[in-house]
Design a binder for this molecule. Structure first.
Ligand code: SAH
Length: 187
């Protein structure tokens, strides 16, 4: 994460390193740095060079860029349901040195409803979901590679919880509730 400067992705550079979310327009936020760190760290075993990654709710493109830097020759797809934010992800990463990755398809931002993933580029070794869902849609689990891991915030009885969904090399799926979080809902 030190390799990607958050200042290039936030609307107000003065607050770039404050550990809190910031509004980015369209009623969306860039997540707090500690949430980005959790996402990257938990997925790290599945972010080897060459891996395929899906970032649901890519927003500013910050974490999408972190994933691209880690997988190198692999392919990272950010999906957003707001067109301006698809453009924001593209513009921010283009400005931040990812022009070649955008041009050759190693990094792309697509417009769509990511609640059920993005089937055209599945399977993914790692799926990061940045907005809270009422449940874990089976389509997302189907789109995980074997082995693969997904990190997803899910509505619980007392707020939201971050869940880790693992698929092993034989295709067996396990789910682990990690810790409570506060993130924006999927819509
Ligand atoms: N990870 C990003 C943004 C996190 S905020 C960052 O840190 O910059 C959650 C994002 O999820 C918002 O950008 C919001 O527009 C997006 N989102 C919400 N529901 C969505 C859906 N159904 N499909 C795709 N994106 C969605």
């Amino acid at each position: 994460m030190y390799g990607i400067d958050r200042a290039n992705y936030v609307p107000n550079r003065r607050d770039a390193y404050t550990d809190s979310p910031q509004l980015i327009g369209c009623n969306a936020t860039i997540s707090a740095p500690h949430m980005h760190a959790h996402g990257a760290e938990l997925l790290l075993p599945h972010l080897a060079p060459g891996a395929s990654v899906l970032d649901v709710g890519s927003g500013t493109g910050y974490l999408t860029a972190v994933f691209q830097r880690l997988v190198g020759s692999g392919r990272v797809t950010g999906i957003e349901h707001i067109e301006q934010l698809v453009e924001l992800g593209r513009t921010n990463t283009m400005r931040d040195g990812f022009a070649a990755a955008l041009a050759d398809g190693r990094l792309s931002f697509v417009l769509g409803d990511g609640r059920k993933g993005w089937a055209p580029r599945a399977p993914y070794s790692a799926i990061h979901v940045g907005a809270a869902a009422p449940c874990i849609h089976p389509e997302l689990v189907e789109q995980l590679a074997a082995p693969g891991r997904m990190i997803i915030p899910v509505d619980g009885t007392l707020g939201q919880d971050l869940w880790q969904v693992d698929k092993d090399a034989a295709g067996a799926v396990s789910r682990t509730k990690l810790f409570p979080v506060v993130v924006r809902p999927c819509c």
